[in-house]
Design a protein around this ligand. Structure first.
Ligand code: SF4
Length: 243
């Protein structure tokens, strides 16, 4: 939301008939800019908050959670108004839980209760654990049948960043410094080709065989443990509770 071209990006995507355009944001600028973006025909917003409480949020972000919540409510009100016309806007709130909060149903119920009046717009509240292991390196979330599952992301999604690089997961882009891989780029090839060509098929083969030579990041990747595709084709995430 710091990029002032964002409204134009959304408008251009809609003009190009991209069927579903959404924004993922930490919500700190929603109060100022959110309604303008909804007006550009944004379909959905994913709003991420860290920790379930004001104290935890402020400790992590150094910004009051209440300000984010005011922005969400302002946008939800506006989305409700737009939905009476030709829009069909919905929001997801992703609440990232830390330490053992994922095991505490009361935290989750209290957080979800706060948004009860807005559930026509806020259709999903996802509680996501950002910690999979304890300090002994043991998994604290049981894996979904680990011998029968692989990371689902190379099979289910593709993203283009603002430089045109195409990535299959956020982790690979975020770890370029440590695990450099040459990502395909939309300026060099079509999306369809990128989906079916060497980079993607090689990644999928390494993921399927659990044998990593080029994509070393996958060996220790956090998302590998949380975003799995069971080999019967069913897709699940074991670190997410959806309310
Ligand atoms: S295992 Fe991690 S780095 Fe590899 S494709 Fe999956 S999410 Fe990306």
């Amino acid at each position: 939301m710091l990029d002032e071209r964002l409204p134009d990006f959304i408008k251009r995507a809609k003009e190009a008939k991209i069927p579903y355009v959404f924004l993922t944001t930490n919500g700190t600028l929603l109060d100022k800019l959110g309604c303008e973006l909804l007006e550009c025909s944004l379909d959905s917003m994913n709003i991420s908050t860290d920790g379930h409480s004001s104290e935890m949020y402020e400790k992590i972000r150094g910004f009051p959670l209440e300000k984010v919540e005011e922005g969400v409510i302002k946008c939800a009100k506006y989305a409700r108004e737009l939905n009476t016309k030709e829009h069909n806007i919905s929001f997801n709130i992703n609440c990232v839980l830390v330490y053992n909060e994922m095991r505490n149903d009361e935290f989750k119920a209290t957080f979800a209760h706060k948004w009860r009046k807005w559930r026509d717009i806020i259709t999903h509240i996802n509680f996501i654990s950002c910690i999979n292991k304890n300090n002994k390196g043991e998994s604290i979330l049981p894996l979904i049948n680990p011998t029968n599952s692989v990371c689902r992301l190379p099979f289910t999604r593709m993203m283009i960043n603002s430089y045109g690089a195409v990535e299959f997961c956020c982790t690979m882009l975020g770890t370029q410094h440590y695990y450099p891989v040459k990502l395909p780029n939309i300026h060099d090839d079509s999306l369809e080709n990128i989906w079916t060509k060497e980079f993607a098929t090689h990644l999928r083969n390494e993921v399927l065989s659990d044998n990593y030579t080029r994509f070393n990041i996958c060996k220790t990747c956090f998302e590998r443990e949380s975003s799995v595709l069971e080999l019967n084709g069913e897709s699940k995430q074991n670190n997410v509770d959806i309310y």
